[in-house]
Write a protein that binds this ligand. Structure first.
Ligand code: HAM
Length: 430
């Protein structure tokens, strides 16, 4: 029989203190809260509202939205059935947000919906540094706008978030995938170009050649990359309107001094994109170098049941990879909070008094700790030190009789006597 349990590989516990799990440093909860609140603050400046959708979604939504042929859907879904319902732990949040938009008729409110999210996602990938089975994404979606300024705004917001953390040594790769008419023509051209080399392709690429040849452009294999050097270029096949929009996007990014590199081989791992596609990379986070990615997905709404097209654009980013980038920068992050005061009790009467005094101080807004193990005064002081309490209030029989407490400033060792009725004012004034 099993006597102890471990978390599932590729998932991790976020503890109050920073921990190391499978060679990866996992930041503590205060650091997560700080990072999340900075993200919320920047999202707010761009006038995005937060949305929270369920972790469980219908499998069909993800299969249709993200695309049957993608790795995410074909290999990496945590999916199961109960009765007639097929559930999936969401591998991403764009399709769920679009589902919510359609379900709640958010389009009828008029205007454009600008939504952001922070939360867990699940993909059954092989775990390694920067790649987990449960990870956290933050991201945003601008739903209901085909205006290329929305594309530029999403990219500006994404870069502003990293800048807010001092992460500027990044590379923004940009491409356009054209519309749904131009892509099949390109697909054919690429297939024709690669056909004579079929035996030189990896088994994965060989499979993709039939089903989804664009994904071969994504290859990390050096030999395949060399092969692709002479391949037809997507931009030469795309429609005029997409090309014009791409030119406009580049001009808008230049207006904001956002530097980018055009990468005609950038295709994304999700099938819903049209036109704009981008990725933000860092050279400092290991092999999984994509901090964030996104693009325009004008056809997703119809793919999941909308009668009308809903032009949209967004990005999503990995929280864990943001933490890796912060660690590479050596950025200090908030540590677990210390109590404002630690109450030390001597004797039963004082222990009882401490119990309700803690409540009184807490109601006044102080963060109060005391010993919950019935230990000696020495051990209580040691515990106060361990918790980094800046001040201890020491009370025994005599102090209770005189209604005056001993207050010790831990850093200096200085000790003063304070009337208990003045304690709150004194502690708050420190
Ligand atoms: P994605 O590129 O699949 O795009 O994921 C976005 C980001 O999530 C990645 O750049 C990476 O930082 C992080 N990520 C993905 N998989 C893992 C993993 N297994 N472990 C750790 N981090 C991971 C999307 O999900 C799209 N929904 C983005 C989007 C939003 N497009 C339009 N709107």
């Amino acid at each position: 029989m099993k006597t102890s349990f471990q978390n599932i590989k590729g998932t991790f516990d976020i503890l109050p203190e920073e921990t190391v799990s499978d060679g990866t440093t996992i930041a503590g909860t205060e650091a997560w809260l700080f990072v999340e609140s900075t993200i919320r603050e920047v999202m707010g400046r761009f006038n995005f509202q937060e949305i929270r959708t369920p972790i469980l979604e219908p499998t069909e939504l993800i299969a249709r939205g993200v695309g049957q042929l993608t790795d995410i859907v074909s290999k990496e879904m945590f999916a199961f059935e109960r009765g007639d319902t097929h559930y999936v732990l969401r591998p991403e949040v764009t399709a769920p947000v679009m589902r919510a938009y359609l379900q709640h008729h958010l389009g009828q409110k008029g205007g454009v919906q600008k939504l952001f999210y922070i939360g867990p996602c699940f993909r059954a990938e092989r775990p390694q540094k920067g790649r987990y089975r449960q990870f956290h994404q933050f991201g945003c979606e601008v739903i209901g706008s085909g205006d290329v300024r929305a594309d530029a705004e999403v990219i500006a917001l994404m870069t502003a978030i990293y800048r807010a953390f001092g992460i500027v040594d990044t590379k923004l790769r940009l491409n356009t995938l054209g519309d749904e008419q131009s892509r099949p023509r390109y697909r054919e051209a690429l297939r024709a170009y690669l056909a004579p080399y079929v035996n030189e392709l990896s088994p994965t690429s060989r499979q993709r050649l039939e089903a989804n040849p664009l994904r071969i452009l994504d290859t990390k294999d050096e030999k395949e990359r060399r092969l692709l050097e002479g391949a037809p270029i997507l931009i030469e096949y795309i429609d005029e309107a997409s090309r014009a929009q791409y030119e406009e996007l580049k001009a808008l990014l230049s207006d904001l001094d956002i530097r980018y590199e055009e990468d005609p081989f950038l295709v994304r791992g999700l099938d819903y994109y049209t036109r704009t596609a981008f990725e933000l990379e860092s050279a400092h986070v290991g092999a999984q170098s994509a901090l964030a990615g996104g693009g325009r997905y004008d056809l997703l709404a119809q793919e999941i049941g909308s009668k009308e097209p809903v032009p949209s654009v967004g990005f999503a980013a990995g929280m864990e990879r943001l933490f890796l980038a912060l660690a590479a920068e050596g950025t200090p992050l908030p540590q677990p909070k210390a109590p404002d005061v630690f109450l030390v009790a001597l004797g039963d009467e004082a222990v009882r008094w401490t119990f309700s005094e803690a409540q009184r101080l807490r109601e006044a807004g102080l963060r109060v700790a005391y010993d919950l193990k019935g230990r000696s005064m020495k051990a209580q002081m040691r515990e106060a030190n361990r918790q980094n309490a800046p001040v201890t209030v020491i009370v025994g029989k005599d102090e209770l009789a005189s209604e005056r407490a001993q207050v010790k400033i831990m850093a200096s060792g200085e000790q003063v006597e304070i009337a208990i009725q003045d304690l709150i004012a004194y502690l708050k004034g420190l």
